[in-house]
Each structure stands twice: as C-alpha cells, then as structure tokens.
Write a protein that binds this ligand. Sequence first.
Ligand SMILES: [Zn+2]
Length: 456
Amino acid sequence: MQKLYADSILIGSQWQKDKTISINSKGIIESISPGRIDGAESVKGAIIPGMVNCHSHAFQRAFAGLSEYRANQSDSFWSWRDIMYQFVARLAPDDVFYIARYLYLEMLKAGYTCVAEFHYLHHQPGGEQYDNPAEMSFQVINAAGQTGIAMTHLPVLYSYAGFGQQQPSVLQRRFVHQTEDYCWLLEQLDAHIAREDTLALGIAPHSLRAVSAEQLKTVLPVIKRFNVDSPVHIHIAEQIQEVTECEEYYHKRPVEWLLENFELDERWCLIHATHLTTTETHKLAKSGAVAGLCATTEANLGDGIFPTANFLDSGGRFAIGSDSHIAVNVADELKTLEYCQRLNKHQRAVLTSKSCRSVGQNLYLQAARNGALSVNQNVGELNVGKRADLVVLDTNHPTLYAREGSFILDSAIFGCSAMPVKDVMVAGQWQIKDREHPQQQVIENDYLKVLKKLAV
Ligand SMILES: [Zn+2]
C-alpha cells in the first residue's frame, strides 16, 4: 500500500489539514486517515485532484502559432481550418506519435491527468486506409501510454463536408469513414482498450454537418454494446454559419435539434455549444449533458462566448478542453471563462455557486468532476474509492505562499500565468516529480525533430 502524507489536501470539496491517503496497487484511494501514518511519503505542497482535458486534437499542437496572420478581409474559423488542413496533409503516423507524446507531457506538467482525444486523422493523405486501419488511433494511444497520462479515446465518425451529405473535399479524405468501417474500428479499439485501467473508449460523431441523422442513430447503440456508460462527444454550434446551415437543413438550431431527436444525458459531451438561445441553454442544462468548453481556442478562433453564467445558474455541467492547444494551461482555460463573463456583465466574481463562493475553486472543482463524467473514468475528486489522479501545487511559490483553503486555488488560477504544478500522479504512479518527467529529454528531442522536418 502506497501512503502519501500532506499538510493540505482537497478532499471532496473541502480543504483538510494533516492527512495521510493510502493508495492500493490498482491506484485506488483506499483510506484517508488523520495525521501521518508510519512509512508515508511526505508531499511538499497542496494536493488537488488532477484536471481532465475533455477535448484534444493532439496533432494541432505542432500547428499553434502558424495561423496568427491576416490572410483575408475577414479571417475566421473557416480560414483557420483551411490552413490547418494544409498542415494535416503532411503528417505521417510517426509525426503524430511524437507530437502527441510531447503534448501529453505538456499536459501532465500543466496538471491535466486525463485527456479525451477526439481523434479524426485516420487515413493516408489520399484517403486510403493504412495496413492496420487503426494505425493512427494506436499512435495517440501509445503516446499517452508512454507519458502516463490517462486517455479516453474518441475515434471520430466523419463522412460529409456539410449538411445534406455533401461530398468531402480532397483534404478531408484522411478523416472519412463510412458507418460500417467505423463500427469495425470501434471493435478493434475496444478489444485493446478494455484491458487497460487508464484507458476508456467513447464515440465522437464529428458534428451535425459531418454525419447524417441516420448515422447517429446507427452508431449510438453500437458503443452501448461495449459499455453502456461510454461517452458520446460531438462538436456543436461553434460557429454562427453552422447554426444557419443547420436551420436551413433541419429547420432547427443544432442544439435544439439534438435535444429533440436524442435523449441527452450525462454520457453526452457537447463540445463548444457556443451559440445557444436562452431556451436551449436551459434545456441543455436540464438534460445533464456536459458542455465541453474550450475557452482559449474559442477566443483564438473568434467563435463567440458560451453563456456560462446562465448555464450554471440552470444547473448545467461543464468541463474544459484545450482543443487546438493554442494554450496547454488549466489556469488560462478557467480564467478565460470567468473573464469573458466579467467583460460581458461588467461585474466581478461571476462564476460562483451556492456551495462555493470562490471563483477559482468553484471552477476547478466543477471542471474536474464533470470532466470525469465526460471521459467515463473514476477520477475528478479525491475521496475513498476514487483513482489517485492528483496534482501537487508548489505552496512555496510566491503567489501561493501562506495561502490557506480556497485562496490556494484562487491564487493558482488568477495570480499565476500557469498553475505552479510540482508533482503529478496518475493511478498511483508519479509521472512528474519536481516538474520533470523521466523521459522528458527524449520526448522533447523527438518533438523538435518533427518540427524541423515540418518546417522544410
Ligand atoms: Zn474540436
């Protein structure tokens, strides 16, 4: 039994002092005891639950910074996507592995202990399958395994270029599956993933524009056969153009249509859901589905502002994702959510709840718990029976020094450019110690080689 002693630890929603947590060989917290138990490892800092990153396209990390110039009169998500498609056309399986492995190392160092990889880069540049059609999935799954981050793998079903089953463009061929091939891929992946404690499988119909209603109805029962709790992630209502096209085709707004045609519940994670009416906001909150908010990417792409305050007031659940990885920074994601609301409402301290008046702590606790739901993994808070995915914050950092209780997280999120993460554990295994990963040098060097190759 592994034992950790900490002076300061966030158990459930409460800060507690002077505790020992005991972790069994499967990485599960067996007990939390007062005082220091003999043989316990002393942790120097404040222990908080690891954060879940509910939305990642790993390969896009190597693209961050390459689209920050004006190409048209009105650059938007769509012009960004065109540049990104050119980039993706050049990536080989090895490149994707090295980029993902570096990104997951960055995530661990930032305090993310689990990632939902929304994986749509399946095929060769011409659209042909690799010898093993699951090749690209295994590149990102192996990258996660080598860094130690937990992963919920979400293979993406992507068939069309737009509403009304429009044919995909040449540059979209690498993403495209027909329903049968996609179901076969799920079966191959389930056989592997079911054996691993820190892996889970879900599905990701890309968006209402890239899959048909028929396809959605076909694949939802398929994933339930593997695991009834498997998550379903979908991009939705990120762009006004997408809302308009959906209204033209389905005569409903995207979230409105989804709510009317499917029984949404906590297994669903709606990525972005930026453009909502008040009625949609309320109904989505009541459905129990998680809104997967990617605040730094949404700001970077000029998507719009999710109605977070109204959504939370209606009892809505949200998780955070770093999506395009323009930032790999928990504090940035949470701060951006809050600051958008402050700027909009001309108020301070907006995103609090009845049970937690501290913005930083409230946002962190909610994002971690609902993030866990969105990935179907037994994490998101520290308590008996939960997996020991945890982060140690450096309380000797000048911004955290002598802070107590909720001021620790408020200071780590609002007072620092990034949370001062010192150590990170996933399933009872230390992956980061004193800000270093054991394979850090190799992982960085291999990533730099890929960047150099892609720069030519
Ligand atoms: Zn996305």
